[in-house]
Ligand binder design. Structure first.
Ligand SMILES: *Cc1c(COP(=O)(O)O)cnc(C)c1O
Length: 350
């Protein structure tokens, strides 16, 4: 039996047609700017998202780092959510490599950063303070698309205070598909956007940073400095182009399967469905049952990642079809019905 891996949408493997497209790719030396497939990918995303230029990079982490280093100089500061990927999960790269100070801000429940808190966090221009240069948002946020009104409103304090606005849009195509808007609409209020092709879109490797020609020139320099200059990278870019051609609309299937999974799990006694947004379902397990569920799911060949306090994030993606979804639901149902009945205390005597 094949494993079904719900840990993340990064686990997808390239499809046979994607591998064929990669094998056929025309290539050149991208450090010299001569790889036609990389150039085509960068141009295509720049056109699609409404930017002057793009830069192909190995990872979303590097894409965000290059954006931060291109927007901010030594002693500058960026405002970002305290649980945001580009603050919390990227090894402190902006501080380590860019001498850029983060100013974390507490998220609202929907992943937005309250704009009054953003305004309060902007430092006066004075030698006591780091220079506040950039506001960084993340969309989707734990699967949630940020509200379009919020994106528009976030621009106002940036314009007023001379900040730039960066989007960590690792999963922004999920947001666009879920909201029924063009990806360009999701990107339009930002000075730079980072997109991952290696998550729900299903390419094996690659992210693209979009921005002005000047910003991308600076980012290209930092890409080389941080060791991200790749040579015949067109083989990878071809997988990304294939993903953009064939795997965008189908994100709606992942969202629909996530909704079906959430509904099925909500009907089980013994676990709590905390929410479902785009391709993610969040559930909470009662303390004390995590190890048993782990073993049960291993035996059913379903791979899960367990967070703290019995929280589990289930992520739907290209490699989970209807049959896979049915197997996951069955495995959960078998665990919660059998053990729930067995462990239920006897009814009190009247
Ligand atoms: C995955 C992810 C990244 C980083 O991508 P890597 O390619 O894993 O470095 C950045 N931001 C968000 C929101 C992500 O989910």
């Amino acid at each position: 039996m094949d494993w079904i891996d719900l840990r993340s949408d990064t686990v997808t493997r390239p499809t046979a047609p994607m591998r064929e497209a990669m094998a056929r790719a025309e290539v050149g030396d991208d450090v010299y700017g001569e790889d036609p497939t990389v150039n085509a990918l960068q141009q295509r995303l720049a056109d699609e998202l409404g930017f002057a230029a793009g830069l192909f990079v190995p990872s979303g982490t590097q894409s965000n780092l290059l954006a931060l280093m291109a927007h901010c100089g030594r002693g500058d500061e960026y405002l970002i959510g305290m649980d945001a990927h580009a603050y919390k999960y990227e090894g402190g790269g902006a501080a380590v490599l860019g001498s850029i100070q983060p100013q974390p801000i507490v998220h609202a429940i929907d992943g937005t950063l309250p704009l009054d808190a953003v305004e309060r966090a902007i430092k006066p221009i004075d030698p006591h303070y780091a220079r506040t240069t950039l506001l960084c948002l993340e969309n989707t946020w734990h699967g949630r698309p940020l509200p379009p009104d919020y994106l528009r409103n976030a621009r106002a304090p940036c314009d007023r205070e001379g900040l730039r606005l960066h989007l960590d849009g690792a999963r922004m195509y999920n947001a666009a598909v879920a909201q029924g808007v063009s990806p360009r609409e999701v990107a339009r209020h930002f000075d730079s956007v980072s997109v991952c092709l290696s998550k729900g879109l299903g390419a094996p490797v690659g992210s693209v940073l979009l921005g002005t020609a000047a910003l991308i020139d600076t980012a290209r320099r930092w890409r080389k400095v941080t060791g991200g200059g790749m040579r015949q990278a067109g083989i990878l870019a071809a997988g990304c182009l294939h993903a953009l051609d064939h795997h965008v609309e189908r994100l709606a299937e992942d969202h629909a399967r996530a909704a079906r999974l959430a509904e099925a799990l909500a009907g089980l006694e013994g676990l709590e469905v905390l929410g479902q947004h785009t391709n993610m379902v969040f559930v909470a397990l009662p303390p004390g049952r995590v190890d048993a569920l782990k073993a049960h799911m291993e035996a059913a060949r379903v791979r899960l990642v367990f967070g703290p306090l019995g929280a589990v994030r289930l992520v739907l993606h290209l490699d989970v079809d209807d049959a896979g979804l049915a197997r996951v639901i069955e495995a959960f149902a078998a665990f919660f019905t059998s053990t729930e009945v067995a462990s239920r205390p006897p009814a009190p005597k009247p």
